[in-house]
Design a protein around this ligand. Structure first.
Ligand SMILES: Nc1ncnc2c1ncn2[C@@H]1O[C@H](COP(=O)(O)OP(=O)(O)OP(=O)(O)O)[C@@H](O)[C@H]1O
Ligand SMILES: [Mg+2]
Length: 361
């Protein structure tokens, strides 16, 4: 089978796409890749929103612009918006009353992730009404992302738990809420109603997430064992959740420019190549995009735009692009290596001659 094109062009061409998740292990380049994808999409779509669901937000770092929990236009663009949302529930919104607190924390203890699931659902509900042509998610490191994708079942459990709590406490809770003069907003029934409402949104969104015409997940990784392993785990989990994935971005690749002299770098290149080969073997039905490791960070819109070329055209090491300076450098490096090799050869020859003439008797 012929290898699929090693770019993200397929994502830019898929006009029906509405949700693009970008995920992978910590520090591999998720924020960089999702930012660049959103920039590329903004050139072919009417409006793009990039959302960070990572509590350690770094869209602001990548774009060098402050973002908040509502969409803000990215400087220099007319149709690219960014927002950073905190997937953990804002406890300030809840009244600090003993009975109520106990109830909420009992609920969160009983169903870990329910608070996150609820605020994620709120956010999706909001975004749904905003009418962006495509929404890119810069997700938090793997485990966290998968938890969010599990939220429909989390909510399901939440509802069941609510029912048992309700039965167990009988009218005690509503009595407490009345006693403390709390708004109806915080009554048990109101919370139950809220959960039910969320379930509707979530079921709807979940249906969209499972539709490969609308949703895809882009796996970002680096050519190392742990990342390969984690990618495989991610791909399997996504299959379990029936979420489409057919793009892998291998970031921080060391390309053999021949000018590389360092033994360390050469050894790392060989190591990387071993894992890159395995990626190609394991994921022959994926578009695999390789990105070079740069000497500097990818920071600010200009740097992102510059780096984005590698997403639509496979990277070629500088040497084959051949400016005069690069060729001069290459020739001088090769001359140096030749000299060294000649010295080494001389040394070995002399050693051999001496050994041949050495007569132990
Ligand atoms: N190919 C590259 N060459 C050089 N630097 C890179 C490259 N890709 C990403 N970086 C830099 O590495 C750092 C981490 O990248 P990024 O923030 O995109 O990773 P992340 O996966 O989002 O991390 P986190 O898990 O912490 O959210 C950033 O400073 C970024 O500019
Ligand atoms: Mg990040």
């Amino acid at each position: 089978m012929e290898a699929l094109e090693g770019t993200v062009e397929n994502l830019l061409e898929q006009e029906s796409l509405k949700w693009v998740f970008v995920g992978g292990k910590g520090g591999v380049g998720k924020t960089t890749c999702s930012s660049i994808l959103s920039i590329l999409l903004s050139a072919v779509r009417s409006s793009v929103l990039i959302i960070s669901t990572d509590p350690a937000h770094n869209l602001s770092d990548a774009f060098q612009q402050k973002f908040t929990k509502s969409p803000t236009l990215v400087n220099g663009f007319s149709n690219l918006y960014a927002m950073e949302v905190d997937p953990s529930v804002e406890n300030d919104d809840l009244p600090n009353v003993e009975g109520m607190d106990g109830f909420i924390s009992e609920l969160t203890n009983a169903i870990p992730g329910i608070d996150e699931a609820m605020s994620f659902a709120e956010m999706l509900k909001l975004v749904q009404t905003m009418d962006y042509s495509v929404i890119v998610f810069d997700t938090a490191p793997t485990g966290h992302t998968l938890r969010l994708l599990q939220f429909p079942s989390t909510l399901e459990k939440g509802l069941a738990k609510m029912m048992t709590l309700k039965n167990r406490f009988g009218g005690l809770l509503s009595q407490a809420t009345r006693m403390f003069g709390l708004d109806d907003e915080f009554s048990e029934d109101a919370i139950l109603g809220k959960l039910e409402g969320m379930k509707g949104v979530i079921e709807q969104v979940n249906k969209q997430f499972k539709d490969p015409d609308l949703t895809t997940f882009v796996c970002v990784c680096i050519p190392e064992f742990l990342s390969l392993y984690e990618t495989e785990r991610l791909v399997q989990e996504l299959a379990k959740f029936e979420i489409d994935t057919h793009n892998i971005i291998i970031n921080q690749v060391l390309f053999d420019d021949e000018v590389v002299e360092s033994k360390l770098l050469k050894a790392r290149m060989r190591m990387q190549q071993k894992y890159i080969d395995q990626f190609y073997m394991l994921y022959d039905d994926f578009h695999i995009t390789k990105l070079p490791l740069l000497p500097q960070e990818v920071c600010g819109v200009e740097a992102l735009k510059e780096f984005s070329h590698n997403f639509i055209k496979p990277y070629k090491p500088a040497i084959t692009r051949g400016t005069i300076e690069e060729l001069e450098l290459r020739v001088s490096t090769l001359n140096l290596q030749l000299e060294e090799a000649n010295v080494e050869l001389d040394r070995l020859r002399k050693g051999k001659q001496q050994a041949d003439h050495f007569d132990p008797l």
